[in-house]
Design a protein around this ligand. Sequence first.
Ligand SMILES: NC(=O)c1ccc[n+]([C@@H]2O[C@H](COP(=O)([O-])OP(=O)(O)OC[C@H]3O[C@@H](n4cnc5c(N)ncnc54)[C@H](O)[C@@H]3O)[C@@H](O)[C@H]2O)c1
Length: 329
Amino acid sequence: MLKVGILGTGTMAKTHASAYRAIDGVQVAAFADSLPGTLDIVAKEYNAKAYTNYDELINDSSLDIIDVCLPTPLHKENTIKALATGKHVFCEKPVARTLEDAMEVKKAVDAAKGKFMVGHVVRFFPEFMVMKQMIDEGKLGTVGIARTSRIAAQPHGVKDWYENMEMSGGVILDLIIHDFDYLNWFFGKPKRVYAQGLFKKTQEEMDYALVVIRYESGVIAHVEGSWAEPSGFNVKAEICGSKGIIDVEPYKEAPLTINLRDPEVKQAGVIVPEAPVEESQYTTEIRHFIDCIINDKTPRVTVDDAIYALKIGLAALESIETGLPVNID
Ligand SMILES: NC(=O)c1ccc[n+]([C@@H]2O[C@H](COP(=O)([O-])OP(=O)(O)OC[C@H]3O[C@@H](n4cnc5c(N)ncnc54)[C@H](O)[C@@H]3O)[C@@H](O)[C@H]2O)c1
């Protein structure tokens, strides 16, 4: 039995806990939260230990896995401490709030015995896995354009940490970092970023950004993110290549539309809406992490992947400040 200790008892801690519970051979054995609130309730639900001190959970020798579900600025310190114990570590995205912190995490990951993965969950959405496969198999031909949007209401975390730009990094570092990650997964190395944004330029709760990424392969991606909606959550992605287009709207009943050019008639044809069967993507993601631990595999999202997604986000924030494009090294 693999025993998991979760840092945090907020939204993602509860989501991860229920994912672990769905997986055979895994037990959520402890939670830690330094703030009063939901710790005892959540720990009781899982018949788990409750710690009010993160170090005590991290150093609990009965645990095999530490899962970091804390606000972003708390990822680095707790991840590094957890890796130093030799345990396996799962950390929610973004890997850290700053590039300096992320590089410290990378150093710890490189020296660690345990597995490490960051929660870039979109790589585990079935529609996005189909997209990746079609791109890799050349079914879309040469890809030139990606258009994505992720539109939501301003989230409200414990002590309003999402509203605090210094903590969350706003819509860019917290929300559309998901899109940066899967676009990098699809297209490889990003070269240049240009962005416009509304953060605190209009009224409160109108964080919006439009980010253009140029990839070394030549692909142009435009990524729209918004925390300006009154409610709801809408996600779209469209990838266009020389042989056709694939369209994804994961929260729709038929989330996938494949529109391939028919070379015979030289016009768009073959529109195939599909609804891939799914379990919770968080369960799929965590099931994959557990599989990597048991079978000694490299997790789908490495620390370097997480750092590249962060680099795009930080470059976009810089571009908004300066009005200039920013090169990614
Ligand atoms: N992968 C995804 O789809 C996804 C979705 C939402 C959030 N996230 C990420 O998960 C992480 C946790 O987000 P969440 O929505 O669970 O947050 P949350 O606000 O719901 O929970 C935060 C937890 O950290 C604890 N905490 C300790 N110190 C704190 C402090 N100074 N301020 C606020 N909380 C403090 C809180 O008590 C709580 O248990 C973040 O890094 C976030 O970016 C990922």
